[in-house]
Design a binder for this molecule. Structure first.
Ligand code: FMN
Length: 402
């Protein structure tokens, strides 16, 4: 994609109508072989930009219509069980789920994970989710804003601040774009568009491998992330997209200056599977199918990262499907629990469905605290009420040094 984007930029930078800029075009053999060679520069620009919007539309359609969950690999949270407390000595009404993350207060430790933007359907989803996040004081991320950089006319599909003035809101870009001519300017642009509190940089090497014409040059990215962390005026958060972040990589990212990590581990939505469904090419379809179950389970990522980085603000996501999963992730050491697919399904249905989802998630987390005898999230984390179910059905507390 690098050459395509370069010539797009070149065309955009020339203060000439696109049709007059044809001499700036590269020999057609330089361009991706799948692009129709008969396109005018003007058509070419819209062909390339159109693919980004098309991709976002495909992602929504496939995630809503197909089974794109991991097949065998689970989040690992089912391996843990809370010790039930039959005498909590608490009033259920006194349970307090409030927390703060990167300096902002949340009424519950929930993040609506980064998903979408760039199309009318995406706009509806983003605005419904943002309004609910505002009402319940939850955190939210939007999907990759690359399409908004390349096609400013769709920027409004991301711009949810108008309906969510107070929430902890995250912008989003693929980290790999830093190797495809994105730099501080583009990062500032996507943050400003959202009036975001932070920028999520997603790391998605497997997805890019399976995606037809994916951006697969990840060389030298850590250094670019370091520079970005130094210069961007808001915190940078590193996130996977469902294949997990190991302790070793988390340490490197923390040393690079990221302010928080979202493990986005395996066990939920499989992006190898989504891209496999989307691909026309049998080779890419097979590649995605082979790697459907690839990745580090979410529970393993949380415990491994907490063992090496006790203080880093940590988001657990990837395969969390209810408030009990969220409470387990928090007991294991996460500060927030993120969910994508459950919120997508609810937002697709209606605003009422999002409210119902948030309320049951809050009820499930509250019930977990009550039935473990913990009044706050901090109490839950310190209680060691969560136990690993050994294969012989014995129980033991999690070993964070594993
Ligand atoms: C429709 C859809 C689009 C997504 N797009 C993005 C994206 O643009 N950027 C990103 O960082 N993650 C994206 N994700 C990944 C999620 O944020 C999340 O990491 C992943 O789906 C695992 O969470 P889940 O199992 O709760 O779905 C997307 C997820 C969905 C369902």
């Amino acid at each position: 994609m690098e050459i395509e984007v370069f010539f797009l930029r070149l065309l955009s930078s020339l203060a000439l109508p696109y049709c007059l800029a044809s001499s700036a075009l590269p020999p057609s053999s330089f361009l991706s072989s799948s692009l129709p060679l008969s396109l005018s520069p003007y058509q070419l620009r819209y062909e390339l930009i159109g693919r980004n919007s098309e991709r976002k539309a495909d992602h929504l359609r496939i995630c809503l219509d197909e089974d794109v969950q991991f097949d065998q690999t689970t989040s690992g949270l089912e391996r843990y069980r809370f010790t039930h407390c039959c005498l909590p000595e608490l009033d259920l009404n006194d349970i307090d789920l409030t927390t703060s993350f990167l300096g902002k207060r949340l009424s519950a430790p929930l993040l609506i994970s980064s998903m979408t933007g760039g199309t009318e359907q995406a706009k509806t989803i983003n605005f419904r989710l943002a309004a609910a996040a505002q009402q319940y004081q939850l955190a939210m991320g939007v999907g990759s804003q690359r399409v908004a950089v390349e096609k400013p006319e769709v920027a409004s599909t991301f711009a949810v601040r108008s309906v969510a003035p107070d929430i902890l809101l995250f912008a989003n870009l693929g980290a790999v774009q830093l190797n495809y001519r994105y730099g501080l300017d583009e990062c500032c642009k996507v943050v400003d568009l959202l009036e975001a509190d932070g920028l999520i940089l997603h790391l998605n090497p497997l997805q890019e491998c399976v995606q037809t014409r994916g951006d697969t040059n990840f060389r030298g990215l850590l250094e670019k992330i370091t520079t970005l962390c130094e210069k961007l005026p808001v915190p940078v958060i590193a996130k996977e997209v469902g294949n997990g972040i190991s302790a070793a990589i988390a340490e490197k990212l923390i040393a690079a200056g990221v302010a928080a990590i979202d493990v986005a581990g395996a066990g939920g939505t499989s992006w190898a599977r989504v891209e496999s469904e989307r691909a026309n090419d049998p080779r890419q379809r097979r590649l995605g199918a082979t790697f459907t179950d690839w990745g580090l389970p979410t529970a393993e990522c949380i415990t491994a990262i907490r063992a090496v980085a006790p203080d880093i603000p940590l988001i657990a996501s990837g395969g969390l499907r209810n408030g009990l999963d969220a409470a387990k992730a928090i007991a294991l050491g996460a500060d927030l629990a993120g969910m994508a697919m459950p919120f997508l399904q609810a937002a697709h249905e209606s605003e009422t469905a999002i409210h119902a989802l948030v309320e049951i998630l809050i009820a499930e987390i509250t019930t977990t605290l009550f039935c473990t005898g913990n009044a706050t999230l901090t109490d839950l984390r310190q209680s060691r009420a969560l136990q690993l179910i050994r294969q012989n059905f014995g129980l033991s507390t999690p070993d964070f040094s594993e």
